[in-house]
Structures are given as structure tokens and as C-alpha cells.
Design a binder for this molecule. Structure first.
Ligand SMILES: C[S@@+](CC[C@H](N)C(=O)[O-])C[C@H]1O[C@@H](n2cnc3c(N)ncnc32)[C@H](O)[C@@H]1O
Length: 289
């Protein structure tokens, strides 16, 4: 007898996302409050910079989360989450159709196919209805996933106009339709509220029973590395300061808080930007590539 191990219960990010935390899951887990580690229960989880959602999915796979809110200011990724929550079967069908078409093409034809979809995706930005969910979101989510899986380096990046601007990639056999994972992500998103918003709008979902994980865009470590380019809305020092005040407000509510960021001390040992902003809190430095 063949036993197929299709694990519909282990969800992982459906997109490769800049600043994704897959390599830091164990380090993040160590920071969880003792009570959560012991009971494996999280009453209420809020993640306002969800991106690819590596930590959220890890927690969903390994802990019991009663309620969750995930959000991001990036509309396109939230379209992906909402479509998988509402219409995952239709999305799988559309991705399968795209995958079948793409994989049978020659290298040159694939390139043309990629740029056709990229052009259509970008041309639709001004007229697309990002407010009201309807069937057009399924097509947009499928294009987002296709572009992410077949672009150079597999990353989502936008220019200032919000256009997806990554050139085509050369993967031989990209998995455009990962049905098993989409089904698992759909399951993980039950009991989960999903919103497009600035991080500060999530406060009304936070109470003393809440675990909040904040993973803002990195402060560039030097002039050549600008990790903020995956979202057209930049995240500057003013935003970092605004976030540290928000962190203090959530702390006053009594929520459990974890925040990660890059460390400018790597470049300049006397640089104390984050040490000053978070001097009331416990800071731990960890190594990451
Ligand atoms: C470092 S990434 C998060 C990565 C995520 N933890 C993962 O594992 O993929 C930061 C996220 O913050 C989002 N973002 C930028 N400015 C924001 C804001 N003002 N409010 C909410 N989200 C914002 C970006 O779109 C991006 O998805």
C-alpha cells in the first residue's frame, strides 16, 4: 500500500517575502511567554507586519491559536491572504492552469508570458478595486503568486508607483501551484481576521490576553541595502519612532510583545538608535544572514 504524506496541516508562507523570518523561527519561539510555551495556547494573536507570515504559520502549526488578526499595509499580499481564505479552490484551479501553460513553453516563450502577465498586473493597479472583495481578486492573487514564483530571485518588489518591477527568472520547474500548501494555508486562516492597514490601526484588537509580534521593515544597515523597497510606502526613522511609541502603548495594555529589527550596531558599534527607543525593554541580539 502506498501512503502519500500530503500534509494539509503544515502551512508555510505562500510567497517568498523580503525579510521573511523562516530562518529565525526557533529564535523567535524562545521569546514566547512561559505560559504560552507550557500550555501551547494563545488566546489572541496579532501580527501587524505580516508579510509572508513565517512566524504566524509556525505558531499555527505548533500552538492552539483561538483568534488572530494579521495585517499589512501592502494591499497585494493581503489580496493573496483573503483569496486563499475565501476562494482557495478557485485559486488552485487558476494557478494550475497558469502552471500547465507556462511549463510547456520554451525559455523565450516563458519570458514573453511572464512580461505579459507583469504588464497586465501593473496596468490594472489604478483601476483595481482593493476595497471590495470579488472574483477579480482570484485572478490578481494568481498573478501575484505566478510572478513571485517565476521572477528573478523569487522576491516581491515594487517601485514607488506600486508596480511589480522584478525581471523574469530562469527556474526550470517552478512550483507555481502548491496545492497542498494552499489548502493548509486556507485551514490556518480560519478564525483569522485579515486587514489592509497601517500597524497603528491594530490597537483595537489588542488586550491583556494578546500576543503581538511586530516585524517592521528593516532600517537599512548601510546605504546600499534598502530592504524597505518591497513596499512602496517606505518605513523611515519617523515610522520607527512612531512604532516604538505604539509598542509602549501596547505594553501599557498588558499584551505580550515581541519585536524584531535589524541592528545598525553591526556597522557602527556606537549607534544606539534602537537601544534608545526600546531602553525600557529587554533587547536580545541574535545572528542572522
Ligand atoms: C520585514 S517585513 C515582514 C516579514 C514577515 N515577518 C515574514 O516572515 O515574511 C515588513 C512588512 O511590513 C509591511 N509594512 C511596511 N510599512 C507598514 C506599515 N506602516 N504598517 C503595516 N505594515 C507595514 C511591509 O509591507 C512588509 O510586509
Amino acid at each position: 500500500m502506498n501512503i502519500f504524506n500530503l500534509n494539509y496541516n503544515t502551512a508555510k508562507p505562500f510567497l517568498k517575502w523580503a525579510g521573511g523570518k523562516t530562518q529565525l523561527l526557533k529564535d523567535l519561539e524562545k521569546q514566547l511567554p512561559l505560559q504560552i510555551k507550557e500550555t501551547r495556547e494563545i488566546n489572541n494573536y496579532v501580527e501587524p507586519f505580516i508579510g509572508g507570515g513565517a512566524f504566524f504559520f509556525y505558531l499555527k502549526n505548533n500552538y492552539n491559536i483561538d483568534r488572530a488578526l494579521i495585517s499589512d499595509v501592502n494591499k497585494e499580499i493581503i489580496i493573496g491572504y483573503l483569496t486563499i481564505k475565501n476562494n482557495h479552490k478557485e485559486l488552485i484551479d487558476e494557478l494550475q492552469r497558469i502552471q500547465d501553460e507556462y511549463l510547456m513553453k520554451s525559455t523565450e516563450e516563458r519570458k514573453k508570458y511572464y512580461y505579459n502577465i507583469r504588464t497586465e498586473y501593473n496596468q490594472n493597479i489604478p483601476s483595481f478595486n482593493y476595497k471590495d472583495y470579488d472574483a477579480s481578486w482570484i485572478i490578481r492573487a494568481s498573478q501575484l503568486i505566478f510572478l513571485n514564483k517565476t521572477c528573478f530571485n523569487g522576491l516581491f518588489r515594487q517601485n514607488r508607483k506600486g508596480e511589480f518591477n522584478v525581471p523574469s527568472g530562469k527556474y526550470k520547474n517552478p512550483k507555481i501551484c502548491d496545492e497542498t500548501n494552499i489548502v493548509a494555508v486556507n485551514k490556518a486562516l480560519q478564525n483569522t481576521e485579515i486587514m489592509i492597514c497601517d500597524f497603528a490601526e491594530t490597537q483595537k484588537f489588542v488586550n491583556a490576553e494578546t500576543l503581538v509580534y511586530l516585524d517592521p521593515p528593516y532600517r537599512p544597515l548601510n546605504n546600499s541595502s534598502s530592504f524597505t523597497s518591497y513596499s512602496k510606502e517606505g518605513f523611515d526613522d519617523e515610522d520607527q519612532i512612531r512604532l516604538s511609541k505604539y509598542y509602549e502603548e501596547l505594553d501599557e495594555i498588558g499584551a505580550d510583545l515581541i519585536l524584531s529589527n535589524s541592528d545598525p550596531k553591526n556597522q557602527n558599534p556606537n549607534y544606539n538608535f534602537f537601544d534608545n527607543l526600546y531602553n525600557k525593554f529587554n533587547i536580545q541580539r541574535i545572528r542572522a544572514s
